[in-house]
Design a protein around this ligand. Structure first.
Ligand SMILES: [Ca+2]
Length: 112
């Protein structure tokens, strides 16, 4: 009798299917303050940034938790555009003085 109940329970789970839940978490930060030596430096920086493949909605991580057949939960973390902007400023401003010179912007653009 006990075995029959277990089999009935398993059959009920199979009949109803898997419970699946997906959660997407968006994370973003404030943009760092940066100045440009001149218009050309700013233009080169933004043009190079716009060519970055992961400029929009970069997926940072994906976590799957599941009990086969019964339960499945997926969490995805998506970083915002400001992460990429801040990273680009950090890469571009090589002497970290908060001012992107035309030379720094040119080197940054050529490296992209
Ligand atoms: Ca600098």
């Amino acid at each position: 009798m006990k075995i029959t109940l277990h089999l009935l329970g398993a059959a009920a789970v199979l009949a109803t299917g898997c419970i699946h839940h997906t959660e997407t978490v968006y994370r973003d930060v404030s943009r760092v303050k940066v100045e440009f030596e001149n218009d050309a430096a700013g233009r080169m920086f933004y043009e190079a940034l716009s060519k970055t493949p992961h400029h929009r909605g970069e997926r940072e991580s994906k976590t799957d938790i599941s009990i086969p057949i019964v339960f499945s939960h997926t969490t995805e973390t998506v970083t915002g555009e400001n992460y990429e902007f801040n990273k680009a400023v950090k890469d571009c401003d090589t002497n970290q003085d908060g001012v992107i010179t035309e030379t720094e912007a040119r080197i940054f653009a050529e490296s992209r």
